[in-house]
Design a protein around this ligand. Structure first.
Ligand code: FAD
Length: 305
């Protein structure tokens, strides 16, 4: 119930105004958000890649209401990719993009054209793009756009959310040669008609999806902080004779940083999803919804303890 309330609050303009204007939210937000500017993103990327970790950068901002905002977001991504290109990091630093940030509400064709511009900039920078998955109502549209983009940019990454009942079927469709697929549990609310809502069921679905992806010919990107699922991923990789460079683990910036380094020290590829930008509210609230400990930490900062 708390999770649902926080997910609803993540979409509320009033709650956004209260949280955004509270000066004491700064430190708590910084735990999950790398900063507000390209310079912040470049600094954190340099630090993480210097430690042998990989990075996926997300420019915060979603549900853009008009072409002006969408265009500004596309230009920001292009500028960011130019910076990454100049740093010559290759695919060690890629970008993650939400189609809602680049104009999906204004039509799939418009979002597709904007996505193409970002993919072209990524290609020039020698790196890749992964398209985040958002609300369940947008899954078909996102997979359709990713499918279209892959005709010209085969390395475009797709995301599957294990809480969706169709996740395993989608994994099977996407487990082909060269296909980069991020598997996560799913961070949005979804009705039981389309999604598992019980944690155990979501985890079991995650394992089924991993089995399909690890046995397939694609490149699985195992995005979770769940110790049990990370262990199962390692076992499935061994079972399927996968080399360490044929899949990767992914975790969010600020969550289980020691585990990220532990896995990397063992020779695994670990990519850290680094979100930055001024529009941090929705992303931050989803992190609060995921874990009561994060919420307690946040509430303590509100009362100044
Ligand atoms: P949870 O069930 O939340 O946590 C499982 C266990 O992990 C916990 O019991 C605990 O042991 C450990 N853990 C979790 N958080 C912490 C913490 N703060 N500190 C210590 N231990 C912790 N969702 C989408 O809907 N679309 C996307 O495109 C998307 N992209 C993502 C990309 C990446 C790289 C990652 C890591 C997540 C992404 N997500 C996305 C979010 C994802 O769907 C989950 O909401 C989020 O990862 C939390 O789920 P979990 O797998 O960590 O499991």
């Amino acid at each position: 119930m708390l999770r649902q309330a926080l997910l609803v609050a993540s979409r509320s303009g009033g709650a956004r105004r209260v949280v955004r204007t509270a000066p004491f939210t700064g430190d708590v937000v910084r735990r999950f958000v790398a900063g507000e500017t390209i310079d912040d993103a470049a600094r954190v990327t340099g630090d993480l890649t210097g430690e042998g970790l990989l990075v996926s950068l997300d420019v915060l901002g979603e549900d853009t209401p008009d072409k002006g905002h969408a265009e500004a977001n596309v230009r920001h991504y292009v500028e960011l990719l130019e910076r990454l290109g100049a740093a010559a990091l290759g695919t060690r630093a890629e970008v993650s993009v939400k189609l809602s940030a680049i104009g999906r509400t204004l039509g799939d064709d418009y979002a597709l054209e904007n996505a193409r511009r970002i993919c072209e900039a990524a290609r020039s920078a020698g790196t890749t793009v992964t398209f985040d998955m958002e609300e369940h109502t947008t899954v078909d549209s996102t997979l359709g756009i990713v499918h279209e983009l892959r005709r010209d940019f085969p390395d475009v990454g797709a995301v599957i959310q294990s809480y969706l009942r169709r996740a395993e079927e989608h994994c099977a469709e996407l487990a082909y040669e060269g296909s980069r697929v991020r598997l996560c549990k799913g961070a949005y609310g979804a009705p039981t008609a389309v999604a598992f809502t019980d944690k155990e069921e979501i985890d079991r679905s995650y394992v089924r999806c991993m089995k399909v992806l690890m046995a397939g010919k694609g490149y699985p990107m195992i995005a979770t902080h769940d110790p049990r699922l990370i262990e199962i991923a390692g076992a499935l990789a061994t079972l399927n004779d996968r080399d360490a460079d044929s899949f990767e683990y992914q975790m969010l910036y600020g969550i289980r940083p020691q585990e990220q380094r532990r896995l990397a020290a063992q020779g695994a590829q670990v990519r850290v999803y680094v979100a930055y930008g001024r529009e941090w509210y929705e992303f931050f609230m989803r992190r609060m919804a995921e874990r009561p400990a994060n919420l307690r930490f946040f509430m303590r900062s509100l009362v100044g303890r």
